[in-house]
Design a binder for this molecule. Structure first.
Ligand SMILES: [Zn+2]
Length: 316
């Protein structure tokens, strides 16, 4: 039947009683709703969802008429640029020189071992553990970053509405029409960028910001970032050549500032426009405005490496 807990033992439907490490107690008044069992590189993990109906739901309504808004621009050289001029580092856990080297060596050690042998398995476990370590570090840094942003003295957090899978799409295949041979299409260069994008983990970071914001009664808004880093904040001129690396210099009026912080300010201003336009409707509309694919919805409940490793969700 349902899931039961007793000290360091847990009862799972169809599996029965088993020992586990009870990392934190369930507070009084909560009932167990569901639990997720998943296998990671160094063992099995279980997370338990609990509910207390006497606790009121978080409100998502804007409390003041003149809300303070902060804009966030996500990047790779720095993970986040905020519209108040602050920047948050991107530690690049999987794409530093050291990490790439370690991965390469450990991967090579697998391929040098006899197929199907015990030693090959052991080597594979070592690679897995390294990947897990990187993942854990990234998660920890994302929580810290999200906390830093959300705990600022603001009411609304404006985020970019990024199409991450679109950004990571492969380059189109180019072929020579006469011979049918493949030509260089820039994919090998793009590969490095794609790895950096996935290493930064923007999507997971956005989820964490949204999660913490709801808890603190703050609102998150997804803003269309189109041209946010090319548009001049002084005269509105949009030009690719306005931007030169980290510097932004308008070719029309000569206005200049830090490019990414400028982009964050543009995102903030776009959010302000929406907030001032219909602050009454915002509470309801921001929830609908978040486009969530079914995949990201399943990720919403728990953070971590949920995916195909997510083997069983039991409901009580
Ligand atoms: Zn300008």
């Amino acid at each position: 039947m349902g899931i039961k807990l007793q000290g360091n033992k847990i009862y799972l439907p169809k599996l029965g009683w088993m020992r586990f490490y009870n990392s934190r107690p369930i507070p009084d008044g909560f009932t167990i709703k569901a639990c997720t069992v998943r296998e990671r590189q160094n063992g099995w993990y279980i997370s338990i969802r609990i509910e207390d109906k006497s606790i009121p739901e978080y409100s998502t309504k804007l409390r003041s008429d003149n809300p303070k808004v902060i804009g966030c621009d996500l990047g790779i050289t720095k993970l986040v640029h905020l519209s108040d001029g602050h920047q948050i580092e991107n530690p690049k856990f999987a794409t530093t020189k050291k990490a790439k080297r370690t991965l390469k060596i450990r991967q090579r050690r697998i391929s040098r071992k006899v197929k199907g042998s015990k030693n090959r398995k052991k080597a594979a476990i070592r690679v897995g553990r390294f990947h897990q370590k990187i993942g854990n570090k990234r998660q920890a840094h994302q929580w810290k970053t999200a906390n830093k942003i959300v705990s600022r003295n603001v009411d609304v957090i404006a985020l970019e509405n990024l199409n991450i899978s679109g950004m990571m799409r492969r380059c189109k295949v180019k072929t020579n029409e006469k011979t049918g041979r493949f030509l260089k299409n820039g994919q090998s260069r793009k590969k490095g960028l794609n790895r950096s994008i996935s290493d930064a983990g923007w999507g997971e970071l956005i989820l964490k910001i949204e999660y913490l914001a709801v808890k603190q009664g703050k609102i998150t808004m997804k803003i269309n970032p189109k041209h946010s880093s090319q548009e001049c904040r002084n005269c509105g001129h949009i030009d690719k050549s306005n931007r030169d690396g980290e510097k932004f210099i308008c070719v029309e009026c000569g206005y200049h500032e830090h490019a990414d912080i400028g982009a964050a300010k543009t995102i903030r201003d776009r959010a302000l426009k929406i907030v001032r336009g219909d602050s009454a409707k915002l509470g309801a509309s921001h929830l609908n405005a978040q486009k969530t694919s079914p995949r990201s919805k399943s990720k919403r409940g728990e953070f971590g490496n949920l995916s195909n490793q997510d083997i069983k969700v039991a409901k009580s």
